[in-house]
Design a binder for this molecule. Structure first.
Ligand code: RP5
Length: 163
């Protein structure tokens, strides 16, 4: 039997993929089974609902949702599941992601979305936060995550400046 997917990444458009790539890369580096889908809250709402409806039964424990503009994707997903949803605002309009940030972070009380920074840093942190959530009940992942962070610290310590 194949390993169940633990993290589902959903984006509103293929154009979001480049921004979400750091999340994919970190999940890969940490050995976390994941999948990525293009599903839009306003362009493919029925298919999005179907994806979210089956997510828990398929083993998904955290969802990452990235979208730009009036970004309701993460909030709509959160409205249909109790799986934790991490939202990544994406710069896709002349408002440079601020529109998306406010759309995602300003969820009304009662349906939370954990909101990360705009763009690639937010995508990377969404994956790391997903890893931290999963590591609460996975000691081996906790060790991999600890090693990943130690390696980042080592990279900083090895940086040199020009004379
Ligand atoms: C949003 O509109 C997507 O998440 C994307 O960030 C933005 C632009 O989508 P495309 O016009 O590139 O498909 O729904």
């Amino acid at each position: 039997m194949s390993t169940p997917v633990l993290v589902g990444i959903v984006m509103g458009s293929k154009s979001d993929y480049e921004v979400l790539l750091p999340a994919v890369e970190i999940l890969k580096a940490l050995g976390i089974p994941h999948e990525a889908r293009v599903l839009s809250a306003h362009r493919t709402p029925d298919q999005l609902f179907e994806y979210v409806r089956t997510a828990r039964d398929r083993g998904i424990k955290v969802m990452i949702a990235g979208a730009g503009g009036a970004a309701h994707l993460a909030g709509v997903i959160a409205a249909k599941t109790l799986i934790p949803v991490l939202g990544v605002p994406i710069s896709a309009t002349s408002l440079n992601g601020l529109d998306s940030l406010l759309s995602i972070v300003q969820m009304p009380k009662g349906v939370p979305v954990g909101t990360l920074a705009i763009g690639k840093p937010g995508a990377a942190n969404a994956a790391l936060l997903a890893a931290e959530i999963l590591a609460l009940s996975d000691a081996a992942l906790y060790e991999r995550l600890s090693a990943w962070r130690a390696a980042r610290a080592q990279e900083v310590l090895e940086q040199t400046l020009p004379d």
